[in-house]
Design a protein around this ligand. Sequence first.
Ligand SMILES: [Zn+2]
Ligand SMILES: [Zn+2]
Length: 146
Amino acid sequence: MTEQAGAAKRIAQCACGSLRAEVTGEPLRVIMCFCEQCQRRTGSVFGLSTYWMRQNATVSGPYTLYTRKGQSGKNVTFYFCPTCGSTVCWDLGKRPDELGIAGGAFFDPNFPAPTTSVWEQSRHDWVHIPASRRFPQSPPPPPPSG
Ligand SMILES: [Zn+2]
Ligand SMILES: [Zn+2]
């Protein structure tokens, strides 16, 4: 059996390796986020958020859920490892057909670079931004598709 180009498998996992999210295909979006919640969640100065079609993603291993309100007012539910505490992925109430996965959990220096940077109003000056789309807060809503 040969895998088609673009159907490569990627695995994100927590620090101890027990919670994993496996995805195929390419991410829908790769976003760097400087919001307070991402900084506090990751312990780093920005979060790297990657989004995938839910149907192409499989979450396995034990997890604990943490739900908070997102900027949209809808819930965001994070899956973190009960043993080591790493957040691996999350569900967005406003986009139930997608799964968010923490970019660093792939531990892949060749992972696609972010194209969008948000909440730059709380960005540390020394962070270099590769993204071409940049916003002081949330980006405006996407144009209707189709
Ligand atoms: Zn773990
Ligand atoms: Zn954020």
